[in-house]
Design a protein around this ligand. Structure first.
Ligand SMILES: [Zn+2]
Ligand SMILES: [Zn+2]
Length: 319
């Protein structure tokens, strides 16, 4: 197809060349995709950090964030292989709310800043106590966990969670799959469910991330949006939360629409990621997907970086 200049319609306007080049440079600066939610063996994921990076590189990602539950062990190690991808230091914090759990993603963290690491150690200790209570409840309903498994789990350096117990229940034959483990025992309506009760309120979590120079986004919020009043999310925004994870494998098309509506209304950045834990043969059920299978544009990474650490004064919508 002939362009306007070749047809001789108008001489090219040289005064536009510089702005166009600038816009082109900005666009290519923001090109590419990012997967901003996944778990490694430092929490309840089945792959080592280096294997996650390998998957991300294979998927052609420009950036990714390993967001383990209540731990930044991966980002503390400092031995992630160079792949050319940008690795955004991240975490996923768990908080109880009266409408169910809130998971809060933190990005662009400066993990050595403030009391961040001490607070995470307290959360780890809380998870150990929660495990003990879960084991007692399971035992009360006739399910005994293998003692060697429990010892091993307690000695793990990262954080422990219900998926570890679910995998053991499957291995021992107590349940057939993840879905059954959560429905019968470990989920909110299961007979061995124990809330976190970790003393971390949702606004505390938002502030903890901000104090570590980071920026937060509510993870897979669709169910909570259905249960909790809008004022709950608005309060988090006022505390400094900048994002809402609208793109998540567990969200139906309708739920994505609801999440996006709220994000627009509250002026929150739409984030997203695969929430990868394990390959589908180990982790079926559709709540998570493969690394790089749920992504957002790299512009989201850049926007979150702009917003990180400064609280409301740093450019977020005023209350
Ligand atoms: Zn989560
Ligand atoms: Zn997650």
């Amino acid at each position: 197809m002939a362009c306007a200049a070749a047809r001789g319609d108008q001489p090219p306007d040289s005064s536009l060349a510089a702005p166009r080049a600038k816009i082109g440079a900005v666009l290519s600066d923001l090109a590419g995709l990012a997967d901003l939610h996944m778990h490694s063996t430092a929490s309840d994921g089945m792959l080592e950090p280096a294997q996650l990076l390998e998957r991300g590189a294979l998927a052609g990602l420009r950036a990714m964030s390993i967001t383990d539950h209540d731990t930044v062990a991966v980002h503390l190690r400092g031995d992630l292989p160079a792949t050319g991808m940008e690795i955004v230091p991240g975490i996923e914090l768990s908080c109880d709310t009266e409408w169910g759990e809130l998971h809060l993603l933190g990005y662009h963290l400066d993990i050595h800043r403030g009391p961040f690491l001490e607070r995470l150690e307290a959360l780890r200790q809380n998870r150990l106590k929660r495990l003990d209570r879960m084991i007692d409840r399971l035992s009360a309903v006739g399910v005994k966990l293998d003692a060697a498994f429990v010892d091993d789990l307690r000695g793990r350096p990262g954080s422990i969670g219900r998926p570890h117990v679910a995998r053991e229940l499957i291995r021992s034959g107590a349940v057939a799959n993840f879905r059954e483990a959560f429905e019968r025992y470990l989920g909110r309506d299961g007979s061995a469910y124990i809330p976190h009760h970790n003393g971390l309120s949702p606004t505390d979590a938002v502030r903890l991330v901000a104090d570590a120079g980071g920026v937060s986004s509510a993870a897979h919020p669709a169910k909570l949006i259905e249960e909790a009043p809008e004022t709950f999310f608005d309060e988090l925004r006022r505390a400094g939360m900048a994002g809402l994870e609208t793109q998540h494998p567990s969200h139906s098309a309708n739920q994505v629409k609801n999440c996006r509506r709220l994000a627009v209304k509250l002026g929150l950045v739409e984030t997203g990621g695969s929430d990868f834990h394990a390959d589908a043969d180990v982790d079926p059920g559709g709540r998570h997907s493969g690394v790089g299978c749920m992504t957002v544009g790299y512009a989201v990474v850049a926007r979150l970086r702009d917003l990180a650490g400064g609280g409301v004064a740093c450019g977020r919508r005023a209350s």
